[in-house]
Design a protein around this ligand. Structure first.
Ligand SMILES: Nc1nc2c(ncn2[C@@H]2O[C@H](COP(=O)(O)OP(=O)(O)OP(=O)(O)O)[C@@H](O)[C@H]2O)c(=O)[nH]1
Ligand SMILES: [Mg+2]
Length: 430
């Protein structure tokens, strides 16, 4: 995927000064990395101009070092390139999956069923791939494994009949229909999908595409959209292709929204698409500010944080325990890292900001606090309105939470003891 970019960013981070030469080198490296990930060349060139321009010409924001400023620009530009986060509403619906041979449709059908099952909606899988008898067995097995309802007819050649019967038979909240693939989007597939579409009238029609098709995802998304009117895309096999970045950017360009990405063969290898998450997963640059808050919280009760998932609720508690920047600085002095490694923006998280985060979180439902991945665009609009903030601020809060969560996820109990702080920092690459 974008793992080469991570190396380029690390190379830049390890330089002693972030001068023009270093920035130019970083931009050159990122250019090469993006082109290797099969991102459209014209976009790459636009992006590098923008990074160079902003990194070298813009005034340094207060409290940020040049290096941090440049990295922040890179993160933001990559996030922009990757488009909008997905809108995945957790509500009853019918979903039709389509795509070419081997794209990952059947596996994705199972993953999506499991995704809703975990969110308390009862899923059902219907096998409308009547081309191969093995398709029936494959989906049935998946349904059994995850505890989803299943409907299929092993010896039929009529997918429409199966879809009709499946809809009658299954009493579920989320009905997911797996369809047959073809080598290409030919007349035959067009017709079959349109007919299924008419019978099923699904709320969602997702095109499933593997990451390794890179930027041709754009053409594929456009032609499927023309043929059956897709309203979402799932990009699978992000774990096993270097071209996933290119595929995601291409979807964005085609106007298709990426709803999920598949990151492995297991049922829980599915993520709601979120560029902010994606970039921080990829580049994994820990935010030292959040780390310190984490350490501070550990002083109070490390066990609490480690019990289960680190939720937004934990994040809120953590926020509330940070009473001022002074405390943070004092704590810094006690850390076993050299003073010169401490970024200037360490006290960036002002009391004002903590206050506004708290208000935002107060506008969230319990469900959202427990599982922020369900916070879609419309939910974040509602939260912004309820808290008198903007969607941008809601996003910023969630981003901050995710960075902290990424870090917490890296800790293990052994190294949580205060004496092992050095270990912990090493683990985080500091
Ligand atoms: N590594 C990886 N493998 C995946 C992913 N999604 C699917 N696969 C694998 O890709 C292969 C094809 O997946 P299927 O789900 O059968 O694809 P399909 O689109 O239903 O294929 P047809 O029905 O033959 O058109 C299987 O071996 C899956 O395990 C993913 O996200 N990562
Ligand atoms: Mg299949």
């Amino acid at each position: 995927m974008f793992d080469k970019i991570k190396e380029s960013v690390q190379k830049f981070s390890s330089k002693s000064v972030a001068d023009e030469e270093a920035v130019n080198q970083l931009v050159k490296d990122i250019q090469r990395d993006l082109i290797r990930a099969d991102v459209d060349v014209s976009l790459v060139s636009e992006l590098s101009d923008e990074i160079r321009e902003e990194a070298l010409k813009e005034d340094l924001p207060k409290g940020l070092s040049r290096k941090e400023h440049v990295l922040e620009i890179v993160y933001n530009k990559l996030e922009e390139l990757l488009g909008e986060e997905a809108e995945v509403e957790i509500e009853p619906k019918t979903i039709l999956l389509c795509g070419l041979y081997g794209a990952g449709k059947t596996t994705t059908a199972g993953k999506i069923a499991d995704f809703y099952r975990k969110r308390e909606l009862k899923p059902g899988l219907v096998c409308a791939d009547t081309d191969r008898p093995a398709a029936y067995d494959q989906l049935k097995q998946i349904a059994e494994n995850i505890g989803a309802e299943f409907y299929g007819e092993k010896h039929t050649e009529d997918p429409l009949e199966v879809v009709r019967n499946g809809r009658e038979e299954l009493d579920v909240d989320v009905l997911i229909v797996d369809s047959a693939g073809r080598n290409s989007l030919n007349e035959n597939l067009r017709e079959e999908l349109s007919e299924i579409d008419e019978v099923l009238e699904p709320e969602d029609k997702y095109l499933v595409m593997p990451a390794d098709i890179g930027q041709s995802a754009r053409d594929q998304a456009e032609s499927f959209d023309e043929a059956v009117g897709i309203n979402g895309v799932v990009v699978t096999k992000m774990d096993s292709s270097a071209k996933g970045g290119g595929a995601l950017v291409a979807c964005q360009r085609s106007g298709a929204s990426v709803n999920f990405i598949g990151t492995g063969e297991q049922m829980d290898d599915l993520k709601v698409y979120d560029p902010v998450d994606f970039v921080s997963d990829m580049l994994g640059q820990p935010d030292l500010g959040s780390l310190l808050e984490k350490i501070e919280e550990m002083d109070t009760d490390p066990e609490d944080i480690l019990e289960g998932e680190f939720t937004l609720k934990d994040f809120q508690d953590q926020m509330e325990s940070v009473t001022g920047s002074g405390m943070m600085e004092e704590m810094m002095q006690q850390l076993p890292i050299g003073g010169n490694q401490i970024p200037d923006n360490i006290s960036n998280l002002t009391e004002e900001k903590i206050g506004s985060y708290s208000v935002i979180m107060d506008s969230m439902t319990n469900e959202e606090m427990k599982d922020p991945s369900i916070i879609s665009k419309s939910r974040s609009e509602r939260i912004a309105e309820g808290s008198g903030t903007t969607r941008g601020e809601v996003r910023e809060l969630i981003k901050h939470y995710r960075q902290t969560k990424n870090m917490v996820d890296k800790f293990d109990k052994g190294s949580m003891k205060r004496g092992n702080m050095q270990d912990m920092l090493q683990k985080l690459g500091m």
